[in-house]
Design a binder for this molecule. Structure first.
Ligand code: MG
Length: 381
């Protein structure tokens, strides 16, 4: 029986992780759950999964929940509460399902304790990939990707030698604006951008899919997970989202992993690896899908994807700057303060404005993140 701590249990990945755990009661138990502020859903999760403790980032919501539950469960609060949760020793697997940069510091706490990290929070590797991968090696921790593309690559690489990989091929749905002209981005609305054709996800990642920033972040994530340079990481548009990614080997052979666009499978794999567990998930009906198509992404139209390749090649603090700028730009777009086309503009502007540092330490990364956020927040368009 493995004990699981879920950071971000009320978000899309967190809820799906609990759906997986619900069906495997003899394999997994819930040690702890955390949320930013959704205490109603957290309360339901507490009743069903009976964790030993929970953490609520919003302190007034934490108090509200504590009053309601009247001492029946330990409730940690604030930013500190999430850190305390990750710093405890009594769990086996941490599911990192928080959104954005906020996932980085608690994930590092779990790595320092040599835990398995089922990582959905790609930003952790994007902003501090070098430091995180070094800590994983030093502490004998392991990162198993939950991101569907990286889970696919991970599965394709079982039994293979990384030295024999010629390239990895990340598939991308292309998002809701795949077939729109670049000029459409001027007036694309929040509702249009949130209307993803294949995946149901949180709002941040859904906007990132519409700009293809998500695929860009995944290119950087793949670099750190699999130790491959940018030249060996290719993006291919595959609108059906059935092939989750592929690996091409030095002999030209290509392996792919297929499945329905449902995060439960990569989540379960990250929990069960190296085993596979039976489940009742819906199966892929290939004749029903009928056809697969593939084509090259348009780097001019999806400038965020281009920026991601640029920062991966440049290295240093530039992925951190791009990520921080993008998080704030997406927030601004969701609040309807900027246009859809401004997201990539602000990202590019931040990379030009914030000074480059080729080898930042952890404290500097935190500082560049803050500095970039402040800069993008200060801009009035
Ligand atoms: Mg993905």
């Amino acid at each position: 029986m493995k004990r699981v701590l879920i950071l971000g249990s009320t978000g899309s990945i967190g809820v799906n992780a609990l759906n997986v755990i619900r069906d495997l009661p003899d394999k997994f138990s819930v040690e702890g759950l955390t949320t930013n502020s959704k205490i109603e859903l957290l309360e339901e999760q507490i009743k069903e999964f009976k964790p030993n403790f929970v953490s609520v980032k919003d302190e007034s919501k934490a108090k509200e929940l504590s009053k309601k539950l009247n001492g029946s469960i330990e409730i940690l609060a604030g930013e500190e509460g999430i850190l305390q949760a990750a710093s405890r020793a009594n769990y086996d697997i941490l599911i990192g399902a928080m959104v954005g940069f906020s996932g980085l510091i608690p994930t590092i706490e779990a790595i320092k304790r040599g835990k398995r990290i089922a990582l959905a929070n790609k930003e952790t590797l994007v902003v501090a990939g070098e430091i995180v991968t070094r800590l994983v090696a030093e502490n004998n921790a392991e990162i198993i990707p939950v991101d569907s593309e990286h889970s696919a690559i991970y599965q394709c690489l079982v039994g293979e030698n990384l030295k024999e990989v010629e390239k990895i091929i990340l598939t991308a749905s292309g998002g809701p604006f795949l077939n729109k002209d670049k000029s459409f981005f001027e007036n694309a609305t929040v509702d249009e951008a949130l209307n993803h054709p294949n995946w149901k996800m949180g709002s941040k990642i859904t906007i990132d899919s519409a700009t293809m920033m998500n695929k860009g972040l995944e290119v950087i994530e793949a670099h750190w997970l699999f130790g491959l340079p940018a030249e060996k990481i290719e993006v291919v548009i595959h609108p059906q989202s059935i092939i989750h990614s592929m690996v091409q080997f030095v002999d030209g052979s290509i392996k792919a992993q297929l499945g329905l666009p449902d995060m439960k499978l990569p989540i379960q794999y990250a929990l069960s690896f190296p085993e596979r567990f039976e489940n009742r998930f819906q199966r892929t009906d290939l004749p029903l899908i009928n056809s697969f198509s593939f084509f090259e992404p348009d780097f001019d139209k999806f400038e965020c994807l281009d920026l991601a390749y640029q920062v991966l090649k440049k290295g240093g603090n530039s992925p951190c700057i791009l990520n921080a700028a993008n998080e704030i730009a997406v927030e601004k777009f969701l609040r309807k303060e900027i246009k859809f086309s401004d997201i990539s503009k602000l990202n590019r502007q931040a990379l030009e404005k914030i000074e480059f540092n080729s080898n930042p330490n952890f404290e500097q990364i935190v500082e560049y993140d803050r500095k970039t956020r402040d800069y993008i927040k200060s801009l009035v368009l």
